[in-house]
Design a protein around this ligand. Structure first.
Ligand code: XBP
Ligand code: MG
Length: 257
């Protein structure tokens, strides 16, 4: 049986509920600053989340909701400018008021570090967004906790393509059987499964609880904290109240058996 050596984390929706109160708000601020009357409601944003990547999401919105919209010059350049402004708003939001990590995330990261597990990130979001969340919500030096931060346009094909996980594993010189991934969405699950990683723990959130997670080993509501046990939604009963390193090893062993 291959040993569990590394944990690879998605960011948005997995480390923190960044989509509704972070990304969505930042997009709307960028639209308002640009004089556009676009306002992404919580509900519409749930539909737009089918498309990963902020620039790709804006493009999809224009095609579906604003088919008559046009700009002088290059549309991709216009979208890139709008998206750059959105990133600045997002970074500012992470600094003030900030966004808490999901239950159990900080606890598990600290336990995993102490146990000698290698940590990495594989996300669709812009690298600066990851930095802003980790520094403000986890620790000043939290970027250094992760051996590899694979993010954004580093690979051309975003999730659900497997490329970002494959890129992270190549950088770490690790094969899929030594890794366990954390995700929150069906697009993320497809990306993990396509990369060859079989050990996959999903924590659902309000935007994703109805997704198809058939590729996951275990699905829970959150990672659990002392006094706030997690609930298993799908998969074998391998977790006692909260996801700890022993539970991760059991999930990994079950996935590979
Ligand atoms: C995250 C995303 C990202 C963020 C926005 O998906 O889809 O697009 O919503 O980030 P995942 P950018 O959690 O599956 O990685 O605007 O920086 O692209
Ligand atoms: Mg996610």
């Amino acid at each position: 049986m291959a040993e569990l050596k590394a944990l690879i984390f998605d960011v948005d929706g997995t480390l923190a509920d960044t989509e509704r109160d972070g990304h969505r708000v930042a997009f709307n601020k960028a639209f308002a600053e640009a004089g556009l009357d676009w306002e992404w409601s919580v509900e519409v944003y749930g539909e737009l989340l089918r498309v990963t990547g902020g620039k790709e999401r804006i493009k999809y919105y224009l095609e579906k909701y604003r088919p008559d919209f046009s700009v002088d010059g290059d549309l991709d350049a216009f979208i890139a400018g709008l998206h750059a402004a959105k990133t600045e708003f997002y970074k500012a939001l992470m600094a003030d008021p900030g966004l808490p990590l999901r239950p159990g995330v900080e606890r598990l990261l600290r336990e995993a570090r102490d146990a000698g597990l290698r940590l990495a990130i594989a996300t669709t979001t812009t690298p600066a967004n990851v930095t802003a969340l980790l520094r403000n919500s986890l620790a000043e030096d939290a970027e250094d906790w992760f051996e590899v931060i694979a993010a954004g346009d580093i690979v051309p094909a975003k999730k659900p393509a497997p490329d970002i996980y494959v890129w992270a594993m190549e950088k770490m010189k690790l094969s899929p059987e030594h890794c366990l991934a954390f995700e929150d969405s069906d697009n993320g699950v497809r990306s993990v499964v396509g990369s060859g990683i079989r050990a996959l723990l999903v924590t659902v959130n309000d935007y994703t609880r109805d997704h198809d997670f058939s590729g996951a080993t275990v699905v829970v509501d959150h990672l659990g904290e002392p006094g706030k046990p997690c609930r298993i939604i799908q998969g074998p009963d391998l977790i006692r109240k909260q996801v700890d390193v022993d539970a991760l090893k059991a999930i990994h062993a079950h996935a590979l058996s």
